[in-house]
Design a protein around this ligand. Sequence first.
Ligand code: GLU
Length: 474
Amino acid sequence: MTDSIQKVRTRFAPSPTGDLHPGSARTALFNWLFARHHGGEYLLRIEDTDRKRSTPEALDTILNGLSWLGIEHDGSIISQFKQADRHREIAQKLLDEGKAYYCYSSPEDLQKMRDLAKIKGHPISYDNHWRNRDSSEAPHGQKPTVRLKSQQKGITTLVDLVQGHVEIKNAQLDDMILLRSDGTPTYMLAVVVDDHDMNITHVIRGDDHLTNTFRQLQIYKALGWKTPQFAHIPLIHGPDGTKFSKRHGSTSVGGYANMGIMPKAMTNYLLRLGWSHGDDEIISTNQAIEWFNINSIGKSPARFDIVKLLSLNSHYIREASSIELVQAIKPILEKKHKKSLSEKDIDTLIKGMTGLKDRAKTLLDLAENAWFYVAPLPLWYDEKAQKFLQKESIESLKIFILYLSENNILWSHDSLLAAARIFVEKNNIKMRYFSQTLRAALTGSTVSPSIFEVMEVLGKELSLQRFNLENIPA
Ligand code: GLU
């Protein structure tokens, strides 16, 4: 009865020792969606017990990556390192209850045991030397570790929400260390105590932790604690079927942000990597919360496909509002071109987005394609553009501009297009050629949205400045 009303609580437990890997980001996302779907809570625990490898920079990268993806945790962040006293307290409890013991084997003894186990082909190396010995026999000056008296007989069974029924013979598990000889808790102990203390109901994590889980179940059992439910998700592979690595693409979520991927596209992509809802490819966050379930997580590793990610990204760029896109490309442009954008530039860019967003795969493309709208004069004309800016075509430009002002043509896409049609007919010029000439003069290139749209977006004043022949060094 209590089970059915227990509030779902999940957690993401990164070690702050490196970037936020896409696989870890997906683990965080699944935990977050599962909690949100059930109206539960999603907690963030930083597993910072490895003091040498944990760095504040890595922590920042992880937190920035999560917040970029919109994965917000409930409550405050928990530091595992800060719980060390609590971990020691539990180790002491196990010692007091005779479920753990002091082990005085020296590193040399342990090495000998490992060598022997290797020769004999035993799965575990520690020979339980101190399991039933009294501390009074301890060698002088040897600081002990604390080991769990693991169950030696029988089997441990896990009914995993993704992997199904998995079991292991207890004889394959050694008496694992709970506290090191310097008194620091091991990862195995810390994870169990923290998950218990945080009332975690579901542990969703990579299947590289599956063997750890069997050891952790031994600790739960010794303590008589209720175990959370486990869901071990397959790791992400590269397109060649090997574990996803730098060879396949950026192994950092920040790398995708720098490539100009939109956070919504990244979350949608990560969601679909290993989880499905029929044939749906485009899934909004709200839909994902509504639909997410562990049953639909695949059992085999999903393959990372950058082409799919880029196609989702194009979709989200198309769907985004012009203001949102300009906010996203502003820092890209300012950094790349070392120019701070004025309010007028921003207005121009916002107007220009409609014609640009359909063709961009990334925000970097979008920024690059939008740059001509705000580039300082004189523009830089690429080689193809220069070919259109020859004496004769410049002459026709001059006449066209004169025609526009004499006829008081309204500076809008439709009337400019109509005026151009009349103009080319009258002067016997090919429309295609003429619009490329206009494009070359106004944008410095031969590729842009409809040139009459460009003229409207730039407005009369800016367009005329660009037509000013002093600004076209032909
Ligand atoms: N800190 C572990 C890791 O980064 C996660 C442990 C867990 O989820 O239980 O792989």
